[in-house]
Design a protein around this ligand. Structure first.
Ligand code: GLU
Length: 281
């Protein structure tokens, strides 16, 4: 009788990341999110999403690294600090612009709020006020110095990309419906990039195979999958975890100072006990 061999396929390494914004001290909710991504990782990466220069403070950059070290969540490779790479995002934006998928939006928050009360269009989504401006009108406003953002024409982009799917752990294959977020901003009035553009660019650059993050970003994933297609980038596997909530049932926010990792550390908390509580939550 011939010997039977059992072959095991090599498992692809899981490369995940934690990508906080240095706009405050990390709290328990961040620790949970970082731990969820770290515990699955063969390679764990850190990225600081700091393109919103008005909200970031120098002390939070080092505090993030210090707090993660205290938790024992160590990362590999260099920390990607987004503000140091604006040229990368400009190049990605230029690709989309060259394909005619972006349009300038001159709306103020007040314009959008007023239009959103109109009896048409889904709530909370940009109502498309500037989508149909003529190029003459666009040029006139730009020349007159009116500040503008660049929005993605999602219907046009989705039509060009065709049907898109992504794999979400616990849910399975999901068809991307980027229209759910509307014509998102890809370059802000004050910064020539946006969260959606940078996150997609950097997940690919950092070879992220598994994006493990809070369920508050599940809707954003639909746009990210579209952007990956448009920019010729791979789509990672996604997992969206539940958000940690305080005793009042509300999600933890940066303003809840008692739950910051610094405060917990100062009060003598033990990282192992914190992780144990996550495992039970
Ligand atoms: N920078 C985002 C945040 O702090 C996280 C982005 C992501 O995980 O995709 O909420």
């Amino acid at each position: 009788m011939r010997a039977r061999h059992i072959y095991t396929l090599p498992r692809m390494p899981v490369i995940s990341r934690f990508a906080p914004s240095p706009t405050g001290y990390l709290h328990l909710g961040h620790a949970y999110s970082a731990w969820m991504a770290w515990r699955r990782a063969d390679v764990f990466r850190l990225r600081l999403e700091d393109i919103d220069r008005t909200r970031c403070r120098p002390e939070y950059y080092s505090a993030i690294e210090e707090d993660l070290h205290w938790l024992g969540l160590n990362w590999q490779g260099e920390v990607r600090v987004q503000s140091a790479h604006m040229a990368d995002y400009a190049a990605a934006l230029a690709k989309l612009q060259a394909r005619g998928l972006l349009y300038p939006c001159f709306c103020t928050r007040a314009d959008i709020a007023r239009a959103a009360t109109a009896p048409h269009g889904p709530e909370g989504i940009y109502p498309g006020i500037c989508r149909h401006l003529s190029s003459t009108e666009q040029d006139a406003r730009i020349t007159s110095g009116t500040p503008y953002a660049l929005r993605l024409n999602v219907a046009k982009a989705h039509a060009e990309a065709g049907v898109l799917r992504f794999f979400e752990e616990n849910t399975g294959w999901t068809e991307a419906q980027p229209e759910r977020l509307g014509d998102v901003v890809l370059a802000r009035k004050d910064t020539p990039a946006s969260y959606h553009l940078c996150v997609v660019h950097d997940d690919a650059l950092q070879d992220i195979t598994h994006v493990i993050r809070g369920e508050d970003l599940r809707e954003a994933t639909h746009i990210h999958v579209l952007l990956q297609n448009l920019l010729g980038l791979p789509t990672p596997i996604y997992a969206h975890h539940k958000l940690l909530r305080g005793a009042d049932g509300k999600r933890l926010a940066k303003r809840d100072n008692s739950a910051t990792l610094r405060a917990l550390r100062a009060a003598g908390a033990d990282a192992a006990v914190i992780f144990k509580s996550f495992g039970e939550s």
